[in-house]
Design a binder for this molecule. Structure first.
Ligand code: ZN
Length: 366
């Protein structure tokens, strides 16, 4: 990973960063999303649009405000499981090609509005399939929406497929099938494999190693939700498997030995501060371990996780770290830069993206 271009670093250091100026930088800075769930990204407006085209949806007669109250988690909840409940309200709407294509298309529009240059969008096609609607049709629909939205709004994208824990909620057969699908689409829109939670349970991450390694052999990037809530052994398992990135990693605040190992190996942590607040993993932005991680030299990217469900955008996350956790303009630039180099992208496309970032960031710093 090359260092942040010196000219950008200098102008970030030179700037007078009042809170208003920081807030403008958060909005105007070109950004990338590395940890973004398609199902968690739907705005209440998109949910309403989907509900109105679904004849038997209980949501179709509601107003946007009423939908917002059902699907947006704007206050901390007791656990990750309690947050996942918010998804139940709109999930039945997401099981058709039309709905998935529209969601992916509108996500690209929302990314462009936030100056996001490239987004890696993740989902588990197993959860989207329905009678007569197979996983590959679900994936095709998402890829169509991303491609069309990318063209219309100038945003690059790649898809990460999520294997799911625990087997009690989503069995081995499902995970096997999703791995095969990811391998089949490697280089044709799918860029990575992830392991995410589909419900409460304590399946070891190590049980997903065979599938992740199969993805790696097909050229896919690897990431995994690990250390998000206090379950032991997840980061160790992720390191054993050889992931490139880790989602959340909150448990690292109690494990300086593992933090050191991540720094040594150059493993990147996808940081999602508001998500961690709403699931109760951290008690405030100020207490988010990202501050200590930055000081320890950990490579990090900043993402939203579920912007629709949390009612936030990526600029909000940049601003929160700056306002509450003392991140400087230079440090925010570093995180975006690290994000660009952590994307699962062929090197030629990465170089083009880095050049685009340099130009747009220089204008945002002016
Ligand atoms: Zn996530």
């Amino acid at each position: 990973m090359p260092p942040l271009p010196q000219a950008l670093r200098q102008s970030a250091r030179r700037g007078r960063w009042t809170p208003e100026r920081m807030s403008r930088l958060a909005a105007e800075l070109p950004k990338v999303e590395t940890h973004l769930h398609l199902d968690g990204s739907l705005s209440p407006e998109t949910v309403l649009r989907l509900a109105r085209s679904t004849p038997d949806s209980p949501l179709r007669g509601l107003s946007v405000e009423e939908i917002r109250r059902q699907v947006v988690v704007d206050q901390p909840r007791a656990s990750l499981a309690a947050v996942l409940e918010a998804f139940h309200a709109f999930y039945p709407l997401l099981r058709s090609a039309q709905a998935l294509e529209l969601s992916a298309y509108e996500l690209m529009r929302d990314c462009a509005r936030q100056n996001i240059l490239h987004a890696e969008v993740r989902f588990a096609p197993w959860l989207q399939r329905a009678e007569g609607f197979a996983m590959d049709a679900a994936l095709d629909a998402v890829l169509r929406g991303l491609e069309r939205g990318g063209r219309d709004f100038g945003v690059g994208s790649g898809v990460i497929l999520c294997l799911l824990r625990p087997f009690a909620a989503v069995d081995r057969e499902a995970n096997e099938a999703m791995t095969a699908l990811a391998v089949d689409y490697a280089g044709r829109g799918v860029v990575g494999l992830d392991v995410a939670d589909a419900g409460p349970g304590n399946q070891a991450l190590a049980d997903y190693g065979t599938w992740l390694r199969r993805g790696r052999a097909a050229g896919l990037g690897l990431t995994a939700h690990a250390g998000e809530s206090p379950r032991g052994g997840e980061i160790e398992d992720a390191l054993d498997i050889g992931v490139d990135r880790i989602g959340h990693g909150i448990i690292l605040r109690e494990r300086p030995d593992l933090l050191k190992e991540l720094v040594r190996r150059g493993v990147v942590v996808e940081v999602n501060p508001t998500s961690n607040l709403r699931t109760g993993a951290v008690s405030s932005y100020r207490e988010h371990p990202a501050r200590a991680w930055k000081d320890a030299g950990l490579k990090m990217t900043l993402s939203t996780d579920d912007p629709g469900v949390f009612g936030i955008d990526l600029a909000h996350e940049y601003e929160a770290l700056s306002r509450e956790a003392g991140f400087t303009a230079e440090e925010l630039l570093d995180m975006t830069w690290d994000g660009i180099w952590a994307l699962f992208l062929p090197e030629t496309r990465r170089a083009a993206l880095a050049a685009r970032f340099e130009l747009a960031a220089s204008a945002a710093l002016d």
